[in-house]
Structures are given as C-alpha cells and as structure tokens.
Design a protein around this ligand. Structure first.
Ligand SMILES: [Zn+2]
Length: 236
C-alpha cells in the first residue's frame, strides 16, 4: 500500500521505505514504525552528497573567478576578496568533508551508493588546497612585478627601446610600426623607471615611474604617437 509523502528512508541502510507491507526494512530488517518519526528519516542520503559537492566546487569557482578578474582588470580590492575566499573556502571544505562522511554513513549499504562518487567528491574537496597555493603564489608574483607595455603608433620602426630600471637596462626593441612590446620586470633596487627610445632619427624619452623599490608592482603603458609625443598611462 503506497505511503503518503514525505518519502521515508531506513535509518540504518538508507533504503526507500515508501511501499512497506511489514514494519521492518526489507533491505536490512531494521524495525520501522510509520507513526514514529524517530524510527526513520525523511532526507535522502544523496542530499549530503550534493551538499559536499557544492562545498568543493564553490570555493574553486569563486577563487578562480576572482583571480582571473584581478589578472584582467587589476582591481586590487579583489585581493581582500581572495583572502576571504581562502578563509571561507577552508570552512566550506571542512563542512564538505563532514557532509561526505554523513553521506557514506547513511548510504553505504544501499543499492544506489557508489564509492566512485565519494572519491570524486573527496578529490574535488582536496584539490582546493593545492589550487589555493598555486593562485596565491601566482598572485604574489604578479603583484610584485612591474609591467611595461609599449605601443609604437609612429609610422616607422622603433629600432631601440631601452627600459632603464634600477640596476638593469632592458632592450625591448625593435618594435615595428603599429607594433607592441611587453615586459615584466622584477624590481630589486630603489630608483626610477625611465626609458630612452629611437627610430634612428628622433630620440624619445620619459619617466615611467618616479620612484620604485624592491618588489614594486605596477603597470604602465607607453604610447609613442605619430607626432613624436610620448603618452604614459598608469594601468594600476
Ligand atoms: Zn534498512
């Protein structure tokens, strides 16, 4: 005889007890009294699995999204959001491990239970830790690099573009007409960041950053226009 909702599950083995003809679980024999909610449960063990999966996927998706947004747009407020994701993500992963344990305990003896599913969820939960480390290391290394991009908007080739950073001189040329060059610099000493460029006829020079020091991060865009003007724009 069909039972009314909600669906009942065996407390011991998770078997669905909706169509009971006896007062015992047909799967494991545990006693059930339809009038006593303490003798069965109304949540399916798979719910704990979906909860664990969510706890593993959420910090991963949020963390990677924040990191990529930060890389693309350079909004440094996102670094606080990233730190919060690491803290919140740790809490979620711990919660996910608990949910997965409950799922195993409640579902282990049922027909629908799959260890492969459990391993996949456990892997998803665990992968958050190495991924967080990789993202943190990449973020620090990006944050402590100075990025210079150069756009040659003149009609001739820039044969030499020398970046003068404290302690090192870096040649970015030649840069063809309409072309671009990009360089990441790990700044190691105090000083200024300047450049001197030429197309063989004119000399272009400018100060990209008046003061930089060890691990100074930033992004500047240098555009040399067709009239020989130099436009320097700070990107972050
Ligand atoms: Zn049972």
């Amino acid at each position: 005889m069909p039972q009314p909702h909600p669906t009942r599950y065996c407390l011991k083995c998770g078997y669905t007890l909706n169509y009971l003809t006896t007062n015992a679980c047909p799967e494991c024999g545990r006693a059930i009294d339809p009038a006593d909610p303490a003798t069965y449960r109304t949540t399916d063990f798979m719910r704990w699995y979906w909860a664990a999966l969510f706890c593993g996927a959420a910090p991963l998706v949020v963390g990677v999204s924040i990191f990529l947004t930060w890389v693309v747009f350079g909004w440094n407020q996102l670094m606080a959001a990233g730190m919060f994701t690491i803290l919140g993500g740790t809490a979620l992963v711990i919660a996910g491990a608990i949910f997965l344990t409950v799922h195993v305990n409640q579902g282990r003896l049922t027909e629908r239970f799959r260890w492969n599913r459990v391993y996949a969820a456990a892997a998803l939960l665990l992968v958050n830790f190495p991924l967080a480390v990789v993202i943190a290391v990449m973020a620090v290394s990006i944050y402590t690099r100075y990025v210079v991009t150069v756009h040659n908007a003149t009609s001739s080739e820039i044969t030499s573009f020398i970046l003068d950073a404290p302690g090192e001189r870096i040649e970015l040329g030649p840069i063809r007409s309409g072309g671009r060059a990009r360089r990441l610099i790990a700044i190691k000493h105090d000083g200024q960041l300047t450049f001197e460029a030429t197309d063989g006829r004119q000399v272009f020079q400018g100060t990209i950053e008046g003061y930089v020091t060890n691990n100074w991060g930033g992004h500047s865009h240098v555009k040399i226009t067709d009239t020989g003007q130099v436009e320097i724009t700070k990107r972050r």
